[in-house]
Design a protein around this ligand. Structure first.
Ligand SMILES: Nc1nc2c(ncn2[C@@H]2O[C@H](COP(=O)(O)OP(=O)(O)OP(=O)(O)O)[C@@H](O)[C@H]2O)c(=O)[nH]1
Ligand SMILES: [Mg+2]
Length: 391
């Protein structure tokens, strides 16, 4: 599957940059393309120049809102992010057409954080513009949710998240949810941590996007998971997970014989990888709430067999009992057995529901606070009523 990836704001741009890096890896390791164009859009000129892989010209690193923000961001006011996108969105639409193999693109992936200003505000406006312009291609969003400490310290964070998620859910065909907090690794410095987090966020997409693009026979699975399967799976709220089991983990003396024990070992490794993928889902959710799901098994060809794929399918069906499940196998890789899982069409996500109710409280508090402020101001002005001015 081939994507045009467009990042908005600081977080979105960095993750889009990571997708550009993923494409470079696919090209050098596997000789295939998975990203037909990568773009970064921001109101902050300095952030754009800090990217590594996205082409460093004004058509790929696109500055918007120059007049309103003088290139310094919108300071977490996502209404301003949305306004700037409405005014300058055409710059992005024009740039997309320059993507090298644009006609081969299967879908758009728009990326932003929910809690900032630029990305949070711009992503839904741009999703709408792109959908109107390119009606035949689905538009997906990938949204990074704030860290716990950001939610605790700042009401605006929750408010931005709620308005961003609601808006984007009304226009995008599917929304990948990414909970930053679940990617925290305490032993890295913040800068490295974000870089590490971004690499971990995009990793599950590598095999998923590559599997259907392989041209060489030996890398084509018994059941290929191609763009069609992915497009059919992605609807509404979506999470993604990825797990791997090293193949050297469990060694039996009869490793090379095709006996029962070998088969059950493989199945065991497969289930372990799927378990890892399910416990590393990008946002906590209940698999029974999924209406659609897919899994991809990636492993060296000698490690795969039909019963393994069937066992994994049964296993997923047990925990995501209401989902239509699609699957595929991808004979690639060396030392591990990898499983990518996508759960989509989720009917409920606790975390989002929480944002909605907290933001509603915040709006209510804000209104009553405003009434207090107004009456205090009136009293204050009243006190100066009989004082002459010098102007
Ligand atoms: N995963 C991830 N999250 C990030 C990254 N950079 C910022 N964030 C998160 O994104 C949110 C802040 O949004 P930004 O993307 O920095 O904001 P922006 O869209 O540039 O908007 P303004 O700076 O307000 O104009 C916070 O929740 C951060 O934790 C990143 O590189 N990776
Ligand atoms: Mg910014």
């Amino acid at each position: 599957m081939k994507l045009v990836v467009i990042g908005f704001g600081q977080c979105g741009s960095r993750i889009a940059d990571e997708f550009a890096r993923l494409n470079r890896r696919a090209r050098t390791q596997r000789g295939i393309e998975i990203v037909t164009g990568a773009f970064a859009v921001n109101t902050d000129a300095a952030d754009l120049s800090g990217l590594a892989t996205i082409k460093a010209d004004y058509q790929h690193r696109i500055l918007i809102g120059g007049r309103k923000t003088s290139g310094h961001g919108v300071g977490k006011i996502n209404e301003l992010g949305a306004e700037v996108a409405r005014e300058d969105g055409d710059k992005v639409i024009d740039a997309i057409r320059t993507a090298r193999h644009f006609f081969e693109t299967d879908a758009f992936l728009l990326v932003a954080s929910a809690a900032g200003g630029t990305g949070s505000g711009a992503i839904s406006v741009m999703a709408q513009m792109i959908k109107e312009r390119y009606m035949d291609k689905p538009v997906y969003a990938l949204i990074a949710l704030p860290f716990e400490h950001e939610e605790q310290n700042e009401e605006r964070t929750t408010y931005n998240a709620a308005t961003c998620l609601k808006s984007v859910s009304t226009v995008a065909d599917a929304i990948f949810l990414i909970d930053n907090q679940r990617y925290v690794r305490k032993d890295f410095s913040i800068r490295n941590n974000l870089a590490k987090i971004n690499a971990t966020i995009v990793e599950p997409f590598y095999n998923l996007l590559c599997a259907g693009e392989e041209k060489k026979n030996k890398y084509i699975g018994a059941k290929v998971l191609d763009a069609g399967d992915i497009l059919q799976t992605l609807v509404g709220w979506t999470v993604i997970g990825y797990g791997k089991t090293p193949l050297s983990l469990i060694k039996f003396p009869f490793e090379r014989t095709r006996d029962f024990r070998k088969k059950s070992t493989e199945t065991h490794k497969g289930i372990m990888a799927m378990d890892a993928a399910m416990s590393e889902l990008s946002v906590k959710c209940k698999p029974v709430d999924a209406g659609r799901a897919l899994f991809l098994l990636t492993a060296p060809v000698k490690e795969m067999n039909m019963s393994l794929a069937k066992e994994l399918g049964d296993y997923l069906k047990d925990i995501a009992s209401d989902a239509i499940i699609r699957n595929g196998d991808y004979p690639r890789g060396g030392g591990s057995l990898d499983v990518t899982v996508v759960l989509s069409e989720l009917s409920d996500v606790d975390k989002i529901r929480n944002y909605y109710s907290k933001a509603a409280e915040f709006i209510h508090d804000l209104k009553s606070r405003q009434v207090d402020v107004d009456s205090k101001r009136r009293e204050f002005e009243e006190a100066s009523k009989n004082i002459p001015t010098l102007l």
